[in-house]
Ligand binder design. Structure first.
Ligand code: HEM
Length: 526
């Protein structure tokens, strides 16, 4: 009897608690909804215009599989600067060159910080790297190390031999497929080209292809890098809705912790190996890890902290590999889709390089049409659909609109390149549009007009841009000079698919498969 009463009372208590919490939730929703819908005026200054918001979620539910396209559509509807409420986070987005210039140049001091996201905490050593760190002395110091010790012209030149080797491997691999009539998986080959270049420079190892330094380690490395990219590219709801974080229904944060552990173990092993070979004084050339191990630490310490070294290695891997591989795949897809572009690029290569040798880095500055192809690729398919999110460090105004402190900024580079107010025929791949009337060298980075923004601008601009441009131009020049290209069997050029998937970088939805036919003398491919 006692226990029946007990169960009865517990049932009633639970029902009562359910009703109480649901009423509280409904009340909260209504009041939040009123708060958000009426909060577009702060003091006397208005927030930028934007779409209506849902209670609690704000505008989160308006983002689909391709958020860069959703946000560009909002700019089309509400104007060049749009305000969004993403859960509990204030956000703005733009695809307009003047607003972007204001954010990245005129107000660089206000907008050069980064939001603290869970991915940055778990996968970038608690925001202790360069790319995801908030503005502050730590970011400044690590960025200076990148600029003054790792990515200097002199050091990059010292790796020119490796880059040339890797370009020759690329050509040889395509040639081998062509010889046995096999189609070429350009995603795989261009991925290996970027990865090998980066790992040789960073870790002193060549992971892919015949003669890989450590095949097992290469598989491990590739696996970790893929998981890392996937998690970094995620729009994780836990960053916007704290309740999501508590529940973590898809186990994302758990996955982040697992990857964090694996990545850390991998980096620890790399550092240990470098320490051992330093002790053995095998005296080879210095890769990036050797350089970092030789630098003094903060506050008079003899060496840099291991965590700082790991965070920097992590950044270089994440920032350097996928960006150039994705860009190269897009460029090849567009060139194969447009045979007249291929023909014109080959005419240029034949006249500047000729048929008796392979392209060298010194040729790249003279290949103006190829440079137009790369610029046009960045316009239509920027490596990332957005810049890495920026965050305001204090309240400010843009175009007379109020922007609160800690507003997250989504600069839509995909939307910028397809903005019909500044570009004609936005969906047509037309490298000629970048040709300088006076025939001067075509610059691949942005100009004062901010009409494309492949490497960003201001304090957070990409410190690896010169290396990125070299990797992209080298691979393309070699592939277009050494081979004729056609789409995979059964496809016409116009059938080459150019749909994208969203992520930190924005790859083609499907890998590019194509047919190559050598066009130079056989001995040049060996
Ligand atoms: C085609 C190749 C590349 C492209 C398109 C590219 C593009 C970008 C973009 C758009 C950003 C974000 C800037 C912002 O948020 O305002 C960035 C940041 C960064 N990139 Fe690159 N990048 C490339 C290659 C590289 C390479 C080769 C390295 C280094 C080896 C590198 C290192 C970095 C770093 C460290 C940052 C963070 C900068 C900071 O937050 O201070 N990138 N890159």
């Amino acid at each position: 009897m006692d226990s029946a009463l007990h169960v009865f009372m517990i049932n009633h208590l639970l029902t009562f608690l359910c009703i109480l919490s649901s009423s509280y939730l409904i009340f909260k929703c209504i009041s939040w909804w009123f708060f958000f819908s009426n909060n577009s005026i702060v003091g006397a200054i208005k927030l930028p215009p934007g779409p209506p918001k849902w209670p609690i979620f704000g505008n989160l539910l308006q983002l689909g599989q391709l958020p860069h396209r959703d946000l560009a559509a909002l700019c089309e509807k509400y104007g060049p600067l749009v305000y969004l409420r993403l859960g509990r986070v204030d956000a703005i987005t733009t695809n307009d060159p003047d607003i972007i210039r204001e954010i990245l140049w005129q107000q660089d001091d206000v907008f050069a910080s980064r939001p603290r996201t869970l991915a940055a905490e778990h996968l970038a050593y608690n925001c202790g790297d360069v790319a995801l760190a908030p503005l502050g002395p730590k970011w400044k110091r690590l960025r200076r190390i990148c600029m003054e010790h790792l990515l200097t012209t002199k050091r990059l030149e010292s790796f020119a031999g490796h880059r040339s080797d890797e370009a020759q491997h690329l050509v040889r691999n395509v040639w081998a497929s062509a010889q046995c009539g096999k189609e070429v998986n350009l995603r795989e080959l261009l991925g290996a080209f970027s990865m090998n270049n980066v790992t040789r420079m960073l870790l002193g190892k060549q992971y892919f292809g015949v003669g890989s330094d450590a095949p097992q380690e290469a598989v491990e490395f590739m696996h970790i890098t893929h998981e890392l990219f996937w998690l970094l590219g995620l729009i994780y709801l836990g960053d916007y809705l704290p309740i999501w974080r508590w529940v973590d229904p898809f186990g994302c944060e758990k996955k982040m912790r697992q990857v964090e552990k694996k990545v850390d173990e991998f980096h620890t092993k790399i550092i240990e190996q470098h320490r051992v070979s330093k002790e053995n004084q095998d005296g080879g050339e210095m890769d990036f890890v050797d350089v970092l191990l030789s630098l003094p630490g903060e506050d008079g310490k003899e060496h840099m902290d291991d965590i700082e070294i790991k965070a920097l290695i992590q950044d270089m891997i994440a920032a350097a590999t996928d960006t150039s591989a994705v860009t190269n795949e897009w460029a090849m897809a567009e060139v194969i889709k447009h045979p007249h572009v291929l023909k014109r690029a080959q005419q240029e290569l034949d006249s500047i390089v000729g048929p008796n040798r392979m392209v060298q880095e010194t040729d790249l500055a003279h290949l103006n049409y190829l440079r137009c192809i790369v610029r046009e690729t960045f316009r239509m398919h920027p490596a990332g659909p957005f810049l890495i999110p920026h965050e305001s460090t204090r309240a400010t105004t843009i175009n007379g609109y109020y922007i609160p402190e800690r507003t997250r900024v989504f600069i839509n580079t995909h939307g910028l390149g397809r903005n019909t107010a500044i570009w004609d025929d936005v969906d047509r791949f037309e490298p000629e549009r970048h040709w300088a009337a006076d025939g001067s060298r075509v610059e691949i980075s942005h100009g004062a007009d901010f009409k494309i923004l492949p490497f960003s601008a201001g304090k957070r601009k990409c410190p690896g841009a010169p290396l990125g441009v070299t990797l992209v131009l080298t691979a393309l020049a070699r592939l277009l000079h050494a081979f004729d290209w056609a789409p995979a069997a059964g496809l016409r050029p116009e059938d080459v698919d150019t749909s994208e998937v969203y992520g930190m970088t924005m790859p083609k939805a499907r890998p590019l498969i194509a047919i190559a036919r050598p066009r130079l003398a056989a001995h040049l491919y060996h």
